[in-house]
Design a protein around this ligand. Sequence first.
Ligand code: MF3
Ligand code: CO
Ligand code: CO
Length: 254
Amino acid sequence: MRIAGRLAAEVLDMIKPHIQLGVSTLELDRICHDHIVNAQQAIPACLGYGAAPGRPAFQHTICTSVNHVVCHGIPSSEKILKKGDILNIDVTVIKDGYHGDTNMMYVVGGETSILANRLCNVAQEAMYRGMETVRAGSFIGDIGYAIQKYVESERFSVVREYCGHGIGTVFHDEPQVLHYGQKGTGMQLEAGMTFTIEPMVNAGVWQTKLLGDKWTVVTKDHKLSAQFEHTILVTETGLEVLTARPEEDLSRFM
Ligand code: MF3
Ligand code: CO
Ligand code: CO
């Protein structure tokens, strides 16, 4: 899990210099795909994943969710990045049978609106606030409570229909990790558990809409959305961030 997590995090660092005005999200997908397959000798978990009645399998390596897209955006040659776009790249790799799943926001062209910037910062801090509650003996509901309380205090909303998940040899496993709820509820955490925390934060209402492609999730009011995700390991005293990036400040978890 540590190796898979490190590889997933590496993809998010590797792709950063390629996120430029005029690049398409499909080009970013190709670069990530080639890096995972050739340099990392790992497997892109999303490619061919998730076929269900009435829904085709996902056909790409990364999810690219721009502006009002909440999650599961499909890379496309038609989606050209422009200045001030906020982009989420979500990547999951499989190495030696284990999954590492992580995502983060990027600002295209280096600057965006004050609102978009604050939304991205609140989504990242929301993830960290959830992570801060994690240790052996805490409750899974503590995570969602901390996230919801913080996000709503910033006058943003938390998406309800999508959640974090157990992860290991299985991509999406039990338990569901809700990003809203009540403290002291749900299962109690034990050292050795691995799961993701991946809050989606909306500038407007929390409700979402699924597009006709059966993957792309957008905000119902078409206002902006932002997300951050880590895969974590529960320890006796806290957690270990399996998808930490080298330059990320995680000092509060040490
Ligand atoms: N990586 C996403 C998650 O955080 C899942 C994407 S599934 C895909 O759980 F098929 F859309 F790629
Ligand atoms: Co993910
Ligand atoms: Co996930």
